[in-house]
Design a protein around this ligand. Structure first.
Ligand SMILES: [Zn+2]
Length: 85
């Protein structure tokens, strides 16, 4: 699975070290780095929360939003690709 992800985390260039699974179905979604795995856990896999956090950062620090946007878009896409049901 790591090779299929290009040797890195499924959502960033980090070290793939945590097997991520959908907590509702138990199905493995990919292998994530520590930070991405923690980020998904902290928002409980909520695309809505990620979107709101992005908007929040954008409102307060527009330049940071531009930097973080690709990362958050990837996390949201990753969750959408593996969404249950
Ligand atoms: Zn990552």
């Amino acid at each position: 699975m790591i090779a299929a992800q290009g040797g890195s985390c499924a959502t960033c260039d980090g070290k793939p070290e945590h097997v991520d699974h959908d907590h509702a179905t138990g199905k493995v979604r990919g292998v994530l780095c520590f930070n991405c795995n923690q980020a998904l856990g902290n928002v409980r896999d909520s695309v809505q929360t990620l979107t709101r956090l992005r908007s929040y950062l954008g409102r307060h620090r527009p330049t940071v939003d531009e930097v973080l946007s690709p990362f958050e878009v990837e996390l949201a896409d990753y969750l959408e690709r593996h969404r249950a049901g």
